[in-house]
Design a protein around this ligand. Sequence first.
Ligand code: FAD
Length: 318
Amino acid sequence: PLEKISAQHRAPVALSYELFPPRTPAAVDGLWTTIRELESTNPDYVSVTYGASGSNRDTAVELLHNLLSQTTLRPLAHLTCIGNTADELAGIITELLDAGVRGILALRGDHPNDGTEEHPAGALNFAQDLVELIRRVEQRRSAMLAAGKVAIGVAAYPTTHPESPSQQHDIEVLLAKQRSGADFAITQVFFHPEQYAELVLKARRAGVSIPIIPGVMPFTSLRRLQRLAELTGVQPDERLLAALASAGDDAERRRIGVSATTELAKAVLDVGAPGIHLYTFNQHQAALEVLDRLDLVRPSAPTSKKRQLGAKTTLDSH
Ligand code: FAD
């Protein structure tokens, strides 16, 4: 059995989802069906991805605005710093805070692989620099108005970041992000519970005390798993790949994927994970099936369409 990473009783377990801004006008309706379905499960927050160098900045900001004005959901805005100066980023952070966003996932972003990368003078190099910048912008603002603390999340890697020389280096980077003001971390996709448990145990020994929330993806699409490996270097489980490849149809692939994802999520919750962050790929069915099978203890869903002010959430309490 895996070593427990926390002996404390945890209830309720934190729940969150990742969405990406619609890439075409035709994708908007489907996304809103998904948003409404996810909203009914009363998640702690919903994260919205951001293209490296701000390639989808307008649609990301529009989606954040719409989530705030038309749903009960609390958005967590992803923000990447690669290729942007501190001044540019301070402008974007201010825009997000002005819109009512109170949670930011501070990321570096990936280097473009087409050789077009630009390094403007004063560009930020690492996520840690972005965490520091968000805290500086927040401090300047809170001198003017009592806006409440911004929750800052950062990325963590159960299978080691592809550019990193070692897991120990990754953990030192995570500790540096915590010291700069990060409140919690969300992990990259992984396939084996021991990868998550090992990261958390080593991180705790090194002094990382922030919650490390496992990022879990419904493993229902072979193509998506292969693309994931290309983009992130995370190698999918071979047996899962083989099972998906030999499945007769989409229904069977869904059954296999949902079972594998549920098993992984159960295993990490059993060793003490403080919650689950589901990568939805803007589709609710598989994510909700996983959730159903997990039997999570959740507070009941709010009845009002408007957010309940003062309601305590995991983001608030970090
Ligand atoms: P960092 O923490 O800055 O680390 C990047 C690399 O630099 C690592 O190898 C690290 O070891 C090294 N490093 C960091 N600090 C130092 C230092 N001080 N000295 C030496 N080396 C250092 N990408 C997007 O473009 N948009 C998104 O919306 C997005 N969302 C994501 C959500 C999650 C939960 C995760 C896990 C990843 C996401 N990514 C996203 C991908 C992410 O941008 C890439 O993984 C990127 O390559 C690294 O980002 P980071 O924030 O971990 O960078």
